[in-house]
Design a protein around this ligand. Structure first.
Ligand SMILES: Cc1cc2nc3c(=O)[nH]c(=O)nc-3n(C[C@H](O)[C@H](O)[C@H](O)COP(=O)(O)OP(=O)(O)OC[C@H]3O[C@@H](n4cnc5c(N)ncnc54)[C@H](O)[C@@H]3O)c2cc1C
Length: 462
């Protein structure tokens, strides 16, 4: 058979969630994945007895009203066991300091000079208040929101580091709004989505804005609502795969080479095995690659797709031959001086990820596109040795991963595509088809948007 209700291109988490939603809504689905395995950026595998994930992960917005929670409750046959992510710390030469979640916390956080802390607190409060009164701060960069040139180099590195973790880009390219969302001070706007219909929080936008400003001003602690799957990232993949009905046919090792269109309507796809046809095509590969698959896209759309920005990351997984007391916490730590990184000792969530008595820690770095990979790897590895001087004697396993964590960075002058494309019946999902939150949560937002669009177009029943 080569004719289906729907074809999904790509078998990462976005493609699989699309297949799940379509099939559970009564459509038969053909999912095509070019690699041998499904999951791509959402997976785990064994390296010398250690079970590493495809990068350190914290899954955000798993509260009631969050997109992945919505999908889990409505489409999953079972939900993977999730553990509270824990705390975020900043590592200094002397040890760890908890990342503040209140204005008072920022003011007393002595990792930065006092003068800078006051400037940051004043500038950010001003920004948040202007947002409260309706200003659009989505195009104001973190860099523009602060008197940058008056800040110490430590503070600049600190702001750059957090910008990289929130958007994949520097403070010059990261919007201050994204900083507030990442810090939990602004809630992402989910009004347009169907989640809101099912959610308890149905207040007006104005009320929502005020309540989040008061969080900062009244020093209420932010609840991050972030989790880690107890059995590793693969547990998320497995729960989706288990939930897929038999009406989903999966072909791995099958790359889509062309998307077949006729009068600007998508009709099917071409692969080495031949053509497949469907009423709708959901595309979860890189949106910026679409012009390779469809030759007659409108020029303005191609130029928008060309504005999509991406960043690369390097994860170094270290297996340590002892418990190593620097990593005796649950959560993540950030190092921001010179070469910054995010570290996560994941065997603290589940001891079975490391051989008995050993520890597994992931260190994630942003990569400079202009440097060679080998020099980036060496510099990152040496940074770890510099920050934890005694770690060298305990390294039992080293594993490198180089990946593009998100298909589009939410950079100020970047572009994020939409679900709907200029080609009828061709829809986009994934981290380049929505700008809310990050990673798996952003992928889930894009699927919720897909459901909304397909219901509106009467392709799915409401
Ligand atoms: C180091 C790192 C850290 C991360 N940290 C977090 C985190 O803390 N929290 C979080 O939520 N997320 C995080 N993420 C991001 C998260 O893992 C991804 O956003 C998510 O897994 C992306 O899924 P996706 O399906 O959209 O994209 P992908 O995983 O890229 O899937 C796309 C799929 O399409 C396939 N494909 C491409 N072209 C074709 C073709 N022509 N034919 C057929 N198939 C094709 C690819 O092979 C791939 O399998 C992190 C990722 C990395 C790498």
């Amino acid at each position: 058979m080569n004719s289906y209700d729907s074809i999904v291109v790509g078998g990462g988490v976005s493609g699989l969630l699309s297949a799940l939603v379509l099939s559970k809504s009564g459509k038969n689905v053909l999912l095509l994945e070019k690699n041998r395995n499904l999951g791509n950026n959402c997976n785990s595998y064994l390296v010398n007895g250690y079970r590493v994930d495809t990068g350190p992960h914290a899954i955000t917005q798993l509260h009631n009203g969050g997109p992945l929670r919505y999908l889990m409750e409505n489409y999953f046959d079972y939900v993977p066991a999730l553990i509270d992510y824990g705390d975020y710390f900043i590592r200094e030469e002397e040890g760890l300091k908890e990342v503040p979640t209140t204005l008072k916390g920022y003011l007393t956080m002595d990792v930065l000079p006092r003068k800078d802390r006051l400037i940051i607190a004043q500038s950010l409060t001003k920004m948040l208040l202007s947002w409260e009164f309706g200003a659009d701060i989505s195009n104001v960069s973190v860099y523009q929101s602060l008197p940058w040139n008056t800040l110490s180099s430590d503070t600049k590195e600190f702001m750059d580091t957090f910008s990289y973790f929130l958007s994949g880009k520097s403070a010059k390219e990261t919007s201050v709004q994204r900083m507030f969302v990442g810090g939990g001070f602004i809630e992402e706007d989910i009004d347009k989505d169907i989640i809101r219909e099912n959610s308890e929080h149905q207040h007006s936008d104005k009320f929502k804005r005020l309540s989040y400003v008061s969080r900062l001003l009244n020093n209420n602690k932010v609840n991050y609502n972030q989790y880690y799957p107890r059995n590793g990232l693969k547990a998320v993949l497995n729960s989706i795969l288990y939930s897929l009905p038999e009406t989903v046919e999966i072909k791995t090792n099958t790359a889509v080479e062309k998307i077949v269109t006729e009068n600007d309507i998508a009709k099917g796809v071409l692969t080495k095995e031949g053509p497949y046809f469907a009423d709708i095509i959901v595309y979860s590969a890189f949106a910026k690659d679409l012009p390779k698959y469809i030759t007659d896209l409108p020029a303005p759309y191609i130029s928008d797709l060309n504005r999509i920005k991406q960043s690369k990351s390097l994860t170094i997984w270290l297996g340590l031959d002892e418990a190593f007391e620097e990593f005796n916490y649950i959560g993540g730590e950030v190092w921001f001086k010179k070469k910054s990184f995010w570290a996560m000792p994941i065997s603290n969530y589940n001891k079975s990820f490391a051989p008995k008595g050993k520890k597994l820690v992931g260190f994630m770095f942003s990569i400079d596109e202009n440097s060679s990979l080998e020099s980036e790897k060496l510099e990152a590895y040496n940074t770890i040795l510099r920050v934890y001087p005694s770690i060298n004697k305990h390294i039992d396993m080293v594993h490198y991963q180089i990946t593009i964590p998100e298909k589009a960075s939410v950079a100020i002058d970047g572009f994020i595509a939409d679900t709907v494309t200029p080609i009828k019946n061709l829809y986009l999902v994934g981290t380049d088809a929505d700008d809310r939150s990050m990673g798996i949560t952003r992928a889930a937002y894009s699927i919720v948007k897909l459901i909304t669009v397909l219901r509106k177009e009467k392709i799915l029943d409401s």
